[in-house]
Design a protein around this ligand. Structure first.
Ligand SMILES: NC(=O)C1=CN([C@@H]2O[C@H](COP(=O)(O)OP(=O)(O)OC[C@H]3O[C@@H](n4cnc5c(N)ncnc54)[C@H](OP(=O)(O)O)[C@@H]3O)[C@@H](O)[C@H]2O)C=CC1
Ligand SMILES: N[C@@H](CC=O)C(=O)O
Length: 413
């Protein structure tokens, strides 16, 4: 699609949809206008004339006057049907729906290939931060070693409100919802699933690895115990929800989303409120840091706007790294991680799962914890991880290649 006047068929007129409308009004240079809007609730009052709205998706998908479908609804299953049909109908699509993308990425990549129609989704990972196109284009030849970041705005907003402002968890979550940062189902945010969906997109564009979300471990902030929070405070560290993907020496990729202790000098320690931050590490450019708003109406709409503009000059993702790295796979059993585990007497973790246990603490008043090293795959499989009263927080060290138990024993003799 290379034209300068775009007529948009917009699905969804919630936080981001209304943000996009406002942003387009203030961006006359793009010459893009919303032709029709599909929404769901017939009883909701709208801020635009009623004739602009429809409740039938076909009114947009079958309308030849609409060049681009912008999909901004909060239902991933319905979004999938809409996006697929739009591509098959030859309409370019811009979406912010990371859940839908993460669940259907292989098919959506194939559909772009077979139809020749572009699907862009910069807003789906880190909202206003231009990460997808940078990972796809800028790091095209400079080999990336890792991406590590705070990629969910709501949980960062909640953790900031709790730690800096002393707000209770439930109050901070309610505020994140009120401000339009949280998903309609906020469990996606606080359980680490939204960050994991975004990590799927980062993996595809950073490393050319297309993985399903369920293949990666995600632990959310909803399980952070008061003992873990106290441990962090006493050590002068902050707990952040961090998504990490790291190339291992043997070529596999270790990837996970975990609450993580972040040291004061680390780039991510300065990412507050609903901001996101992403650190990339690559062969030649070395370490780089992206920082910006990771949720909210205008920041997210700004990324949608950028995708619309990119469509006008014929931009599409080429997924070059997927072709180059067809052999690449996730290797959780080749990786290990240092963690803090807090637990109640009733649900103690199995210490035999750990390669090493470092520090132990037991107190009838404060609760119990230990720190140790565990294989990433072992941690993901551990039944105790999901037991009530168990909290796992990654220590400040990154994911790394697993050291075999024997090698460790030899080294310590
Ligand atoms: N909020 C944010 O900061 C960010 C959100 N996103 C993503 O953007 C998308 C939209 O989020 P957000 O704007 O916050 O969500 P909202 O809940 O604010 O709005 C959702 C909109 O979708 C409409 N809708 C739901 N189902 C359908 C359907 N089947 N057909 C047509 N319209 C439908 C709703 O209609 P109605 O008005 O009738 O209820 C509503 O207008 C989500 O995928 C989200 O994950 C991505 C980055 C940031
Ligand atoms: N709920 C998401 C919205 C943006 O992606 C978040 O909080 O990051």
């Amino acid at each position: 699609m290379t034209r300068t006047n775009i007529t948009i068929g917009l699905f969804g007129f919630g936080v981001v949809g209304q943000g996009l409308h406002a942003v387009l009004e203030r961006t006359p240079g793009l010459r893009a206008r919303i032709g029709r809007i599909a929404v769901k609730d017939r009883n909701k009052a709208r801020t635009l004339p009623a004739e602009l709205f429809t409740f039938d998706k076909q009114d947009l998908l079958d309308d030849p006057s609409l060049d681009v479908i912008v999909e901004l609804i909060d239902n991933a299953d319905e979004a999938y049907v809409i996006v697929k049909q739009a591509l098959l109908n030859g309409k370019a699509v811009v979406t912010a729906n990371k859940k839908m993308l993460a669940e259907h990425l292989p098919e959506l990549i194939e559909l772009q290939k077979t139809t020749g129609v572009p699907l862009l989704y910069e807003a789906a990972a880190c909202a206003s931060l231009p990460v997808i196109r940078n990972l796809e284009e800028y790091y095209d030849t400079d080999l990336l070693d890792s991406v590590e970041g705070i990629i969910n705005g709501s949980t960062n907003y909640i953790l900031t409100a709790m730690n800096r402002d002393g707000q209770p968890y439930a109050e901070a979550l309610a505020k994140a919802q009120k401000l339009g940062f949280a998903e309609s189902n906020p469990a996606l945010d606080v359980e680490g699933l939204d960050a994991r969906n975004k990590l799927v997109l980062l993996l595809a564009h950073a490393f050319g690895l297309v993985a399903g979300p369920e293949e990666m471990l995600a632990v959310g902030i909803d399980r952070i115990s008061s003992l873990a929070a106290a441990y962090a405070r006493e050590q002068g560290l902050a707990i952040k929800l961090v998504a990490e993907a790291r190339r291992l020496p043997d070529g596999g990729i270790a990837a996970a989303v975990l609450p993580t202790l972040v040291a004061p000098g680390h780039e991510l320690s300065n990412v507050h409120d609903e901001f996101n931050g992403l650190v990339t590490q690559s062969g030649f450019a070395d370490r780089q840091f992206f920082l910006g708003r990771g949720a909210g109406a205008f920041p997210t709409a700004s990324a949608v706007l950028s995708d619309l503009s990119a469509l006008t000059y014929g931009y599409r993702y080429e997924y070059k790294k997927i072709q180059q790295n067809a052999h690449l796979s996730l290797a959780p059993d080749a990786a290990e991680v240092d963690v803090l585990v807090t637990f109640s007497d009733a649900n103690a973790p199995d210490e035999a799962d750990f390669t090493v246990v470092h520090e132990q603490f037991r107190s009838a008043q404060r609760g119990n914890y230990f720190t140790g090293t565990i294989g990433l795959g072992q941690l993901a499989r551990a039944a105790w991880l999901r037991q009530p009263g168990v909290c796992v927080v990654r220590l400040a060290s990154p994911l790394r290649a697993a050291v075999a138990v024997e090698a460790l024993a030899e080294a310590t003799v």
